[in-house]
Write a protein that binds this ligand. Structure first.
Ligand code: UDP
Length: 229
């Protein structure tokens, strides 16, 4: 909480002081447990109670967004907020969850692949090489100043299907193990069932169109893993 909020405050104050533009990378977590499909930037957010630590990330990133918008409003700071949805790519470390590098490393080690819950939860994964140029374009874009913009992909996949695709591309004899949520996470953890970005705003501002499909992403990560090992 302190890292998110204090760090952002320091960066915003410095940008305002030296007359610099700033781009805040926020997260799709900010939508909380809303079940709306797809998520649009102006949608309402829904969070769980403060006794569940899980929500502190979403809420502290939402505070960062409030801070940036307040700096735009009261200091004329040219700032843009981007909400990233499951960005992945070669050499991503499997810490803090990160399902694709985890599944790939598990598969290459002979398994098992750990699917949390029943694997029916769905996500959209975007390649970092589609996201980074979009960030560079958005920070330069005057029409994006003072705005929140979603970035990600709309190609949806269930986590079980993701595991099956990775098994098929690595070693079909690797087992998939279902791990109950209560064993994978602290008690009371709530996973998002679906998370799809509405990309209309990014398309309007920078003609954003992700190029890499999920299969291309998985194959590229696999190639890199094999080169590195
Ligand atoms: N997940 C899984 N097995 C793992 C790691 C993650 O089934 O070993 C699931 C996780 O519960 C979530 C999805 O994969 O539903 C994406 O997880 P990740 O941490 O990559 O991103 P999130 O969307 O949760 O921020």
């Amino acid at each position: 909480i302190e890292t998110n909020i204090r760090g952002t405050e320091v960066a915003l104050a410095a940008a305002a002081r030296y007359g610099k533009r700033i781009l805040l990378t926020s997260t799709s977590e900010v939508y909380g447990k809303s079940s709306k499909v797809p998520f649009s930037e102006d949608d309402d957010t829904t969070y769980g109670p403060t006794t569940k630590q899980r929500w502190s990330y979403a809420i502290s990133k939402a505070v960062d967004e409030f801070l940036l918008l307040a700096y735009c409003e009261s200091h004329g700071l040219p700032g843009v907020i981007v909400r990233l949805f499951n960005t992945v790519g070669p050499r991503q470390v499997p810490h803090y969850g990160m399902v694709i590098p985890r599944f790939i490393q598990q598969a290459l080690a002979g398994g098992p692949i750990t699917v949390y819950g029943d694997g029916s939860q769905r996500r959209c994964f975007a390649h970092v090489a589609d996201i980074v140029p979009a960030l560079a374009q958005l920070i330069e874009n005057d029409a994006a100043v003072g705005h929140v913009v979603n970035l990600g992909s709309q190609e949806e996949v269930s986590i079980l299907e993701l595991a099956e695709r990775i098994v098929a591309k690595t070693n079909p004899s690797v087992p998939i193990r279902f791990v109950p949520y209560e064993r994978a996470f602290p008690q009371g953890f709530e996973d998002m069932a679906r998370r799809i970005p509405d990309l209309t705003k990014a398309q309007r501002l920078i003609a954003y169109q992700p190029q890499k499909s999920l299969d291309q992403i998985i194959e590229e990560i696999l190639e890199m893993e094999q080169q590195d090992s």
